[in-house]
Design a protein around this ligand. Structure first.
Ligand code: FE2
Length: 295
């Protein structure tokens, strides 16, 4: 699948090839074995991670320890507050989905979000490893919030530069129906989530700490309001910005097969998992910690 140098897409670097997924973001890397990764190989992957924001590497054979070791090359691993299935290896979580035969699509699809943006320091990124996945379904969509910023008019960029987004762990839960406020159990889960995660605030326009690129720092999951605006103004502005930012021209779509690794730069993309699969799906996940306070 990976284009070699002779096909015009690859960029040879010690046998490793990089092929962009779309014109917006994402790349596939070939010619690498993550279980035997040396420092030069990681440096190339890290460079592709910064350049393309989403990195896909197929045909890997990783156990939990090898996945954790790859994640720790980026720094510390992070706790996942809402994932219940911890694997035996510290920092690794099991993702097990039963598929739509057993789950209601409308309440299981998380939709567009940025991991942990309701915290003062959101995740740097995450790494997924497909252990046993259906032949079709369960893709992840990604959208490039740096291109989304670049695509705004200069007056809008100027207007946003002085504004602050409120990020609220309850926003998604209430608006999606994921945690129903009409049941006692739902209310209790929301109350527990609020106790753990008070509202936090991040500028609407941030600068990527490693590349210096400007980021439209919103996400449909957790950005609930704009601090300086009337609530109605904030809702309308956020709706317009998400409609703009989540256009297909800013997106790529990652399709998994057994052995696929996918990692993304959570600082500058929104992502949306799709629960459209109809048979059981098993993946492993690690979250990458960051000390970056969006600014
Ligand atoms: Fe996520």
């Amino acid at each position: 699948m990976d284009a070699g140098p002779g096909m015009g897409h690859g960029q040879p670097a010690g046998g490793l090839t990089v092929r962009p997924l779309t014109g917006a973001l994402g790349c596939e890397i070939g010619g690498v074995d993550l279980a035997r990764l040396d420092d030069a190989g990681f440096a190339r992957i890290h460079a592709a991670f910064l350049e393309h924001s989403v990195v896909v590497i197929h045909d890997q054979r990783l156990d939990e320890a090898a996945l954790a070791a790859f994640g720790r090359r980026f720094g510390k691993l992070e706790e996942e507050p809402f994932l219940p299935l911890r694997a035996a290896t510290e920092g690794v979580y099991q993702l097990r989905g039963a598929g739509r035969n057993e789950q209601r699509l409308s309440t299981q699809n998380l939709g567009w979000h940025v991991d942990h943006s309701y915290q003062p320091n959101p995740s740097l990124g995450a790494v997924l490893y497909a252990v046993d996945v259906p032949d079709a379904g369960g893709d992840t969509l990604f959208a490039n919030m740096m291109l989304a910023y670049d695509g705004l008019s200069a007056p809008m960029q100027q207007f946003l530069s002085g504004l602050t987004g409120i990020h609220d762990v309850l926003h998604y839960g209430v608006n999606s129906g994921h945690h129903s406020i009409s049941t006692q159990a739902g209310l209790e889960r929301l109350t527990q989530a609020r106790a753990r995660f008070p509202q936090t605030a991040h500028p609407l326009v941030c600068t990527h700490p490693e590349t210096g690129r400007r980021i439209l720092y919103i996400n449909r999951g957790w950005t609930s309001a704009i601090k300086e605006l009337h609530p109605q103004e904030g809702r309308a502005l956020l709706a317009m910005l998400n409609e703009h930012a989540l256009q297909p021209i800013y997106q790529c779509r990652v399709r998994y097969r057994n052995g696929t690794v996918c990692l993304w730069d959570n600082r500058c993309v929104q992502h949306s998992p799709n629960s459209d699969y109809s048979s059981p799906r098993h993946m492993l996940r690690v979250a990458l910690h960051s000390d970056w306070i969006p600014s």
